[in-house]
Design a protein around this ligand. Structure first.
Ligand SMILES: Nc1ncnc2c1ncn2[C@@H]1O[C@H](COP(=O)(O)OP(=O)(O)OP(=O)(O)O)[C@@H](O)[C@H]1O
Ligand SMILES: [Mg+2]
Length: 463
């Protein structure tokens, strides 16, 4: 059991390739941290630096308060599980699990005890005498996990351990790893590019892109309060729809406009706009329109999740200030939900709506949709960062467009004031890392000297 502290960690590979830049994270004991991001964003490099399999170019890594930059992997008290299991083909399951402990000169009775416990946890007691080639993919993955468990490490590092498995087995192993974490009560750091794995397993998720941390938060906060368009697009399937838009104030209301669409923003969204200069005045817009130029307009990007676009008559009737028209080009019936691929005026490419499977939507027809405006997102069109304050979020379903339309503005404002208290759940942290130009630290020891015998064997096997 251990807490970790990663301070300004960076990795520069030979040739000047910056794989990880200014990575800062405090990991508490027993946390399940997931590093997620597209291929090449630096997830494995970060994990391998924690393991000691990769030299840290800059910054400091502490495990349980001890600086471990120069500590050998075997002395870091961590265990790593790889994507391709890396089992020794000529050894039985038992021997595979025992190998690391034998290297550490653990007494054979103790090895037997630990393997028995781990095999029980993973349900592989009957497989101990088999060779890896006589196991299914899921069973091999369990053995790889078992080999890590018997080490009784302070920290478990897992690098895409499920990506070789089929979809059904992945789902099953996902829950097994979550249960394993609960049972072992140990710190886990888990790497994946699969946002569903990240959302379902992590107590906190680190979203990475191009070597930079984008946002660190709980799964729900990442979904509700993405800090920028990258995180917004990465978390959630199908991904969020983005509309190039601008905001305009007309009398007491603020509208978001894209193409011919003009949708009134609920007061709780207006209240959350951090910088009100994003709201253009109608007179300015008129002037700019007369001059046939858009250069003076402050632009935003409207983000709408597919699940917030509705086609049922009741919702549409209750949200009649948030309507858009769309041509239904494709209908995908997935059983539990239906996806509609729409052509919406004012946006290139498809807009996706996730609607009820009993929807009457017909392909190749025009239809009207209503957006759940309480859950929209707004981003700066240039920086792509959110312009909404997460701390003012209050998801009170009693305040919907109907009440808003029928309540006078002053009454609505009062009710909003009452509700605009800081929500305890809204703890999205703003942790966008900025590129820092640092010189690579001078190499102290060749990286392979850090790699202990077991890891060398594993790496050899992976070639
Ligand atoms: N040994 C190396 N030498 C030079 N560059 C490397 C080396 N290993 C990785 N890189 C580069 O560092 C960057 C980060 O690689 P890394 O393996 O950490 O990505 P990742 O997020 O784990 O991706 P994936 O999801 O594909 O596994 C990539 O641009 C990669 O090409
Ligand atoms: Mg990787």
């Amino acid at each position: 059991m251990a807490g970790l502290s990663l301070r300004h960690i960076e990795k520069i590979y030979q040739g000047g390739i910056k794989a990880v830049c200014d990575f800062n994270l405090e990991i508490k004991d027993k946390e399940f941290i997931v590093l997620v991001g597209p291929s090449g964003c630096g997830k494995s490099t970060t994990l391998r630096m924690v393991a000691g399999l990769e030299e840290i170019s800059g910054g400091e890594l502490y495990i349980d308060g001890v600086l471990v930059n120069d500590v050998l992997p075997k002395d870091r008290d961590i265990a790593m599980v790889f994507q391709d299991y890396a089992l020794y083909p000529h050894m039985s399951v038992y021997e595979n699990m025992a190998f690391g402990l034998k290297l550490r000169k653990t007494p054979s009775e103790e090895i037997r005890r630990r393997i028995t416990v781990a095999a029980q946890i993973l349900g592989i007691e009957k497989l101990l005498s088999r060779k890896p080639k006589a196991l299914s993919g899921g069973q091999r993955q369990r053995v790889a996990l078992g080999r890590a468990i018997v080490r009784e490490p302070k920290v478990f590092l897992l690098d895409e351990p499920l990506s070789n498995l089929d979809a059904k087995l992945r789902a099953q192993m996902r829950t097994e790893i979550t249960k394993l974490h609960n049972r072992l009560a140990t710190t886990f750091i888990y790497v994946t590019h699969d946002q569903i794995e990240a959302m379902t397993m992590g107590t906190r998720i680190v979203v990475m892109k191009d070597g930079f941390m984008q946002q660190v938060d709980t799964p729900q906060n990442l979904y509700d309060f993405p800090i920028n368009m990258f995180v917004a697009g990465f978390i959630g399937t199908p991904q969020m729809n983005f509309f190039n838009a601008y905001l305009v104030r007309n009398e007491n209301n603020v509208y978001v406009k894209f193409g011919e669409n003009s949708i009134k923003l609920p007061l709780q969204i207006v209240d959350r706009i951090i910088d009100k200069s994003y709201i253009n005045n109608q007179t300015e817009i008129d002037e700019i329109a007369n001059n046939q130029t858009e250069s003076g307009i402050k632009k935003v990007v409207l983000g709408v999740r597919p699940e917030d676009i509705h086609d049922d008559a009741t919702f549409i009737a209750r949200h009649n200030t948030a309507l858009v028209k769309g041509y239904i080009d494709v209908v995908e019936k997935l059983g539990s939900e239906t996806l509609l691929y729409l052509n919406v005026e004012g946006r290139e490419g498809y807009t996706i709506a996730k609607v009820d499977p009993r929807s009457n939507a017909q392909v190749n027809t025009d239809a009207t949709f209503a957006i759940d405006m309480k859950h929209i997102h707004l981003f700066d069109a240039v920086t792509e960062n959110t312009i909404l304050d997460a701390f003012k979020f209050d998801d009170d379903d009693t305040f919907d467009a109907v009440t808003e339309n029928t309540v006078s503005e002053s009454t609505a404002s009062k009710s909003m004031t009452k509700k605009s208290t800081v929500s305890k759940s809204a703890t999205a942290k703003k942790t966008v890392s900025k590129p820092v130009a640092k010189k690579p630290a001078a190499s102290k020891t060749p990286a392979n000297e850090f790699v202990e015998q077991e890891e060398v064997a594993v790496l050899e096997l992976r070639k």
